[in-house]
Design a protein around this ligand. Sequence first.
Ligand SMILES: O=CCCCC(=O)O
Length: 456
Amino acid sequence: MAIKTINPYNNKEIKSFEEFSEEAVEKKIAQADKTYQKWKTIAIKQRAELLMNVASIFRKRKEELAKLITLEMGKLIAQSEAEVEMCASVYEYYAKNAADFLEDKPIEIKDGKAFVRYTPIGIILAVEPWNYPYNQVARVAAPNIMAGNVIMVKHASNVPQCAAAIEEIFREAGAEDGIYTNLFLSSSRIAKLAEDPRIVGLSLTGSEKAGASLAEAAGKNLKKSVLELGGSDPFIILEDADLEKAVKNAVKGRFGNMGQACTSSKRIIAVGKIADEFLEKFKEKVTGLKVGDPMERDTEVGPLSSEEAAQKIEKQVNDTVKSGAKLVLGGKRIDREGAFYEPTILTDIKPGMVAYHEEIFGPVASFYKVKDEKEAIALANDSTFGLGGSVFSENIDRAVEVASQIETGMVFINEHVASRPDLPFGGTKRSGYGRELSELGIEEFVNKKLIRISNK
Ligand SMILES: O=CCCCC(=O)O
């Protein structure tokens, strides 16, 4: 199968890459394994130097790297640049903090001494998505390389140039072959890779379907896995919220990256008397955003990642409207070439409708008006997903109380959900398991080895 770059701004093919043969993949695994035997013994200071170089190359080549994102998946250019910066900060964060995170953890016992030592385990296979082509990879590569593991990445097939660029950056930074390996492969070959005894851990960010099949392969082969899957994050606005702040965050939280984030604020739940005013202001802010070329700095609405993605959104919205929901804004394809879809707001969504249950991975906000806080929490939790969520209130104790009742892996108060290197990221329920980023992210693929020294 050829792996193609198609520019979603005009649906034109730009470049095509050949999938790696079985022999080529075997050679790369053998190289990664050989390099791992050495890398696991290398001082952490040297590992940190490599990642500091990687961070600095990302920053130095920011413009060019950002353009590749925009070309391959249509992200607005300023957001692509911000992603490159965020990705550099992830490499830098682990370069600076991993030594502390990996220190021996003493255990207090009465007789003798005991501690937990974190040791590397081998090759980690990461399956990564197109929506943040550099940053999603950094979150797995940086902690694992610092922990002494090596990484093989099967990236999404619509961002091959970004995928190749990451490997090239590692090479430029001085990484030996095998520390970071890009694999041009189709998804159907992942299960076979999981059988390889040299690959010891599997990490995936993607859909529930892809996660289930990776987890099945990991389970069959008794390998650890981390899954970061979809979400339908609730964004709750309590009656005492700062409305301006809530509106600003809702626009960014739902329409940033054209709504193509697992943690987008997909379900906006407004309580009581502020609901109508919120909706009016929210609609006002979204109406009239400038549609155009994502490479142009004044464009506010770019294309989705692909024609297929735009068609899927179109079908989900049409099905929801057919079953009785109302359109407050948008609701159709934008009449121009490319994978464009209007920023859309839906209301009157009821259980049984597509938008109530499915993740809508695009610029579509589902708006719900509820009677009180209790109803808001019940609605927020009436989802198979459990990734992130937001609560807006000027009463922080109250907001924390609501946050603690929401069944997700992350809740942000008075902010939309956004990852940061120093905060754990991940979900519960059908949004997956395990954590990326922060100290927790480096603990996923290490052997937490107990060493006990007897005093008998
Ligand atoms: O699809 C997952 C998006 C993660 C966005 C972030 O890093 O904040």
